[in-house]
Write a protein of this length. Structure first.
Length: 163
């Protein structure tokens, strides 16, 4: 009787940097502040102080709810490097797992918008021949994003599947 082959399940799931949650909180906070000023000002100008205060409270409640959902989305992202592929998991209501074989990757991008750069974060995006491929890992520290890009590029070249 032979031993079973080693399982790929031993690879650990990795998550985005905690700074991504802070970035999302800052984005939601700024949007909430703008909404509160706009709604409160319009409510006060159109119908008086009481309506302005109600509009402020409604805008604040909407911001708190939006922050709750944004934080859940951040916690839902994870990825796992295995021997032959990368698995990216995301989604709160509908859980989605994408398996990207290293040999099918055409190129790997590291992108960082202005706010991501302020927080020292980047997103790694994998491109394959499939039109529907949307494999990306957001919120990685710049060093981790560079490491993952280099690792994926190296494995993609060594396991190229004749693309």
């Amino acid at each position: 009787m032979t031993a079973p082959p080693p399982s790929n399940d031993a690879a650990e799931w990795r998550r985005p940097s905690p700074k991504l949650a802070t970035l999302r909180r800052a984005e939601v906070g700024l949007a909430t502040l703008i909404l509160m000023v706009g709604a409160g000002g319009l409510g006060w100008a159109a119908a008086g102080v009481q309506i302005g205060c109600v509009a402020l409270i409604v805008a604040l409640a909407a911001g708190v709810a939006l922050d709750f959902f944004a934080q859940r989305r951040v916690r839902a992202w994870s990825y796992r490097e295995r021997e032959d592929d990368l698995i990216v998991s995301r989604g709160v209501l509908v859980k989605r797992e994408s398996v990207v074989p290293y040999g099918r990757m055409q190129f790997v991008d590291v992108i960082a918008g202005p706010l991501e750069r302020v927080f020292g974060l980047a997103t790694v995006r994998m491109h394959t021949a499939a039109a529907a491929s949307d494999a990306r890992v957001p919120g990685l520290a710049k060093e981790e994003a560079a490491r993952l890009r280099d690792q994926l590029s190296r494995l993609g070249e060594s396991q190229a599947a004749g693309i």
